[in-house]
Ligand binder design. Structure first.
Ligand code: TXE
Length: 488
């Protein structure tokens, strides 16, 4: 088998291990792929290092680099159906959502393909006629790109596109659970004409194939999206050689509803915010906070609609959401709900696996609402990353802000209000990387994405996403060199 890409060559894992990829919706076999480890990771880093130090890509001007990214965008768009299908089979995600994820990847490659031509350096006034000062951008070097399983193709594209735009070489290590679209994307990069060794792919479990990338001295930067605990480990490993790190570590995102919000629209979005892809979204609005006077009616409406959500596999057109990624993850979500109930939360719906025999082979979990949640409960501190909504109530604007900010996370969230001034005021007080006002979830390639506090460091998307993968160098040129004579 030849699923790893190292130095421009498709190859198998050195230890000849393989892994079965199974669809979480029904356990069916999707693929058998190579499973690499430390030795494969080391070879991939060596190839990326050589391509960076000696290959043409880092020295290719921004124009042709941008052209290549635009070609990749076209190729991803060409293969949309196959990529969306592959993504759905690996993740269990509804096909309609996977198609949107492919569109997201296309938009990301287009955006960076165009941006890199315009984001140039600058000339600085030296204050003298005899010197020229320029500030220029250069690639960071060899990047380790480590991605998770919930939105594999967009999460990979958000790293690969700016890393390439800036002129880096990289080793990509996707989640061991969902490698298919990473393999497909690497094939498209080769088809687009990327020089050998610029893009390298290693598959395998995090501790074996990912960790060796994070402390390898030949890696200059680690860009990681995943859980907070793994993120801390990655950051600590990278500290040994002071690598640049860019981390997106998810969130426990507040969705704050004031009494003067449009009731029906806010209820509708509260459901999408948390139950889309069964809550396996880093920005999921898993913490619903409702103002006292509408709390009971609002929660009742959410619970009523949550009970009616139809579960099903990726190709079931009637399904509204799908399974969790694995048995282990479902067990984590179940334990999280149990902990919440033990702490005094009240179960309003869900809380178990569905009893529909048609879903018995998948890792489904019913949309769940827990109310009577309040500060101090671990159910509010931790992320479930499942279809679990916790509900809190608040009496004032100040209390809403205080509660919403009472978390170590700071990725995203929303405020719902008919009072524009209040919505803006609250949005500016929330310690979150993204705040939606009267909306939930939209994301643009041209606007930065990333977390405050322990939700991460650095930014993805937008000009800031490109800046993550660039060094900035000041070059001063004396046009009329003369001795200074200080020590004459
Ligand atoms: O993620 P991990 P897991 C959160 C979510 C979830 C929790 C655990 O709360 O319940 O994380 O999920 C690789 N060195 N998110 O365990 O471990 C791993 O192989 C280097 C939020 O699945 O973070 C995979 O490629 N790499 C999130 C990637 O890290 C390591 C998306 C993510 O896996 C490694 C997913 C190591 N020591 C989970 N250990 C988001 N931000 O969207 C693992 N990996």
């Amino acid at each position: 088998m030849t699923d790893l890409l190292i130095g421009g060559r498709w190859t198998g894992a050195i230890d000849e291990r393989t892994r079965e990829i199974r669809c979480p919706a029904d356990g069916s076999l999707v693929a058998v792929v190579d499973e690499g480890g430390g030795k494969d990771a080391a070879e991939a880093v060596a190839a990326a290092r050589q391509a960076f130090d000696q290959g043409p890509w880092p020295r290719t001007p921004a124009g042709p680099r941008g052209d290549l990214l635009l070609r990749v965008a076209d190729l991803v768009a060409r293969d949309k159906d196959a990529l969306a299908r592959a993504e759905s089979l690996d993740t269990g995600k509804r096909l309609a959502e996977s198609r949107l994820d492919v569109d997201d990847a296309v938009a990301c490659f287009r955006y960076y393909g165009r941006l890199v031509r315009t984001e140039t350096g600058r000339v600085v006034d030296t204050g003298t006629a005899h010197a020229v000062s320029r500030v220029v951008h250069e690639p960071v070097g060899v990047c380790a790109l480590i991605t998770p399983w919930n939105c594999p193709l967009p999460q990979t594209s958000w790293k690969v596109a700016p890393a390439l735009a800036a002129g880096n070489t990289f080793v990509l290590k996707p989640s061991e659970l969902t490698p298919s679209t990473a393999i497909a994307l690497m094939r498209l990069l080769v088809e687009a004409g990327l020089p050998d060794g610029v893009a390298n792919l290693v598959l395998g479990p995090g501790p074996e194939a990912g960790a060796p990338l994070t402390d390898n001295p030949d890696v200059d930067m680690v860009s990681f999206t995943g859980g907070l605990r793994t993120g801390r480990r990655v950051m600590a490993a990278a500290a040994g050689t002071v690598k640049r790190t860019s981390l997106e570590l998810s969130g426990k995102n507040p969705n704050v509803v004031f009494a003067d919000a449009d009731f029906g629209t806010a209820v509708d979005h509260a459901l999408t915010a948390v139950f889309r892809h069964s809550g396996q979204v880093c920005s999921a609005g898993a913490r619903l906070m409702v103002e006292d006077s509408v709390h009971d009616a609002f929660v009742e409406a959410v619970v009523h609609r949550a009970r009616g959500i139809r579960l099903g596999g990726p190709f079931d057109e009637r399904a509204q959401t799908g399974p969790l990624i694995s048995a282990a993850h479902r067990a984590r979500v179940e334990a999280y709900v149990a902990a919440g109930l033990a702490e005094g939360a009240r179960l309003r719906c869900g809380g178990t696996c569905p009893d529909d025999p048609a879903l018995a082979d998948g890792y489904y979990f019913l949309p769940t609402v827990l109310d009577r949640c309040h500060s101090g409960m671990s159910v509010l501190a931790d992320e479930s990353f499942g279809p679990v909504l916790t509900v809190e109530r608040f009496a004032s604007e100040d209390e809403a802000v205080r509660l919403a900010n009472d978390t170590v996370y700071g990725l995203a969230g929303a405020v719902w209000s008919g009072d524009e001034e209040r919505a803006r005021r609250v949005a500016s007080r929330l310690r979150l990387g993204t705040v939606w006002i009267n909306d939930y979830h939209p994301c643009l390639p041209q606007a930065e994405w990333g977390g405050f506090k322990q939700s991460g460091t650095g930014r993805e998307l937008g000009p800031g996403g490109l800046a993550e993968y660039r060094e900035t160098k000041h070059i001063w040129r004396n046009t009329r060199p003369r001795p200074r004579g200080w020590f004459a």
